[in-house]
Write a protein that binds this ligand. Structure first.
Ligand code: NAD
Length: 529
């Protein structure tokens, strides 16, 4: 595999250590010892800068200020708030190149994958700017007694939303949930991952420039186990994206505080290749599905089931396409696959491959740490013959590693995929798209793509995205992604005073009359449904 890496962290970017330091001016000052968190550039291992290590008092101050600022923000009309989203979208587009540089600096990902993050954000902002005013408008509902009473629903913001985001997509995953929360009239306090805090800080500056009032969006930096719980204890809703393990602790804490949450968690996403699929197209899809962002994507394909007649031709094409991928994280569009985030992630990937091989699996391509490119680069790796009990089959690897297995029938593949503990994203590959959609209907996953691994689902911003089983609860994107940030409030009124028996009517007559009216109402509604 060809390889290229930058010579030092900032060379060839629009960023410097001083510019990154200036971003932290907006963060609360830390309490106690000034022991900042050190952030590194994974592609080269060099230090990038530091951010404050906040503790509970810092989070308390940030949330209080946000709550105060949000009180005015919620009074603006949805259309006024949507206008701020539109301006934010335009600013992200205008600063596209510097944002792509910054995503690459923090994550070590290939430029093409950093580009996808920056491409997505203005589209999400403009989707919610268009749709939110209608979705948040007062709605009339069926009343208790037609003509006598009325019922309507209003959507009040929940208050302050806490967002806890991971390192793998620091731009998309810090903001894709903040956008609907803000347009719904909430304040947002965002805790980015400690490995990738600078992108969120730069985006916070762009929000201010777009006209978002000061403190309506605050960024708190610090360690997850310290800042995370302090945040959950103070907000009115929490959106968490990260591992299933941490997600459980977040849900427990939110439950104790009786606040609602959405949890976007781990995946172990299967790809089902039917015998009638085009093997070249499926192999091209597999390369994208398995190795985007070096496999560090929650939607990444980690298991491929291929119907026996197509197995050899699919595998040949997939292995040779993987072999031709170029490793690197230079600040141009040359490399195909970037770095892993750190040594811990590298160790996890290496241990999964070693375990698969020890249990009899075969490395068809890849399988090597490439420290000649950078400290945490690992080759895209295709494994076959891996037993079911191997960790690479049972657990999420979250790296550029995939197992490929022949199956006797597509039904057998569906059975295997349905048995899995995770349920985030699956894909079906077939020569007949309608058949693919029928197969998709029987798969119990949050998203199922046909003849694409994940992009068609993720980029459908009007459609919900989320997981079932161990992959989480709740949905982002679409109307569902907005409505989680509001409290639906019913406003019901009566034209005749109390909806109760009138004083002049004997109770038995009242019971008869109400019974007759209820039956009539049921029949009329059934008839005109
Ligand atoms: P993680 O759970 O370790 O960390 C995620 C975030 O939680 C970070 O900001 C971290 O600081 C914070 N955190 C850590 N401990 C905490 C605690 N006790 N309380 C509150 N917050 C805490 O996840 P990770 O390993 O950094 O991220 C990778 C995982 O995220 C993978 O499993 C991946 O599949 C998943 N992920 C899911 C989605 C999705 O949309 N479903 C998207 C991206 C990543």
């Amino acid at each position: 595999m060809d390889a290229r890496s930058p010579s030092s962290a900032f060379a060839g970017t629009r960023w410097s250590r001083q510019r990154l330091d200036a971003l932290t001016d907006a963060v609360e000052p830390p309490d106690g010892d000034d022991d900042p968190i050190r952030v590194h550039a994974p592609a080269v291992g060099d230090p990038l800068g530091t951010v404050p290590r906040l503790t509970e008092p810092g989070v308390e101050r940030a949330v209080s200020r946000c709550r105060e600022a949000a009180a005015d923000w919620r009074e603006r009309t949805p259309r006024e708030r949507a206008a701020v989203l539109d301006r934010f979208a335009a600013l992200v587009e205008a600063h596209r190149k510097e944002l792509i540089d910054l995503v690459q600096l923090e994550t070590g990902k290939a430029r093409r994958h950093a580009f996808e993050e920056v491409l997505e954000l203005p589209l999400t902002a403009s989707y919610y700017a268009r749709r939110a005013p209608d979705l948040l408008a007062r709605e009339r509902r069926e009343s208790a007694v037609p003509l006598v009473t009325t019922a309507a629903v209003e959507y009040d913001p929940v208050g302050v939303v806490g967002i806890i985001s991971p390192w793998n997509y620091p731009l998309t995953l810090s903001m894709t949930d903040a956008i609907p929360a803000l347009v719904a009239g909430n304040g947002v306090v965002l805790k980015p991952d400690e490995k990738t805090p600078f992108v969120a800080l730069r985006l916070a500056e762009l929000w201010l420039e777009a006209g978002l009032p000061t403190d309506v969006l605050a960024v708190v930096t610090g360690e997850g186990p310290v800042v995370g719980p302090a945040l959950i204890d103070r907000v009115d809703y929490v959106t968490f994206t990260g591992s299933t393990e941490t997600g459980r602790t977040v849900a427990e804490r939110a439950g104790r505080n009786l606040i609602d949450c959405s949890l976007e968690l781990s995946g172990k996403n299967p790809m089902l290749v039917c015998a009638d699929a085009d093997p070249g197209t499926a192999a091209r899809g597999a390369v994208q599905g398995c190795f985007t962002n070096a496999g560090q994507l929650c939607l990444t394909t980690e298991q491929i089931y291929v119907e026996q007649p197509l197995f050899e031709s699919f595998l040949d094409r997939f292995v040779s396409a993987t072999e031709s991928l170029a490793l690197g994280a230079t600040f141009d569009y040359g490399p195909d696959v970037g770095s892993l985030i750190d040594g811990e992630q590298l160790a996890r990937v290496e241990s999964h491959v070693a375990d698969a091989v020890e249990r009899g699996g075969t490395v068809e391509v890849g399988g090597r740490h490439r420290d000649d490119v950078g400290p945490y680069f690992y080759e895209p790796t295709v494994l076959t013959g891996v037993p079911e009990e191997s960790v690479a089959v049972c657990e999420e690897t979250f790296g550029p590693v995939v197992t490929v297995e022949p199956v006797a029938s597509v039904e057998a593949a569906i059975e295997r995929a349905s048995d899995a503990s995770h349920g985030l994203n699956a894909s079906v590959w077939t020569g007949e798209r309608e058949r693919g959609e029928r197969l998709a209907s029987v798969l119990s996953y949050g998203t199922v793509c046909v003849n694409d691994t994940y992009a068609a689902g993720w980029a459908a911003f009007d459609a919900p995205m989320g997981g079932v089983r161990d992959s989480g609860i709740g949905r982002r994107h679409g109307p569902e992604g907005l409505r989680r940030y509001v409290e639906p409030k019913t406003v019901a009124s009566s034209r005749i005073g109390p909806v109760d028996e009138p004083p002049f009517l004997p109770r038995t007559w009242f019971v008869r009359a109400v019974t007759a009216l209820a039956a009539l109402q049921r029949r009329v509604r059934q008839r005109f449904a």
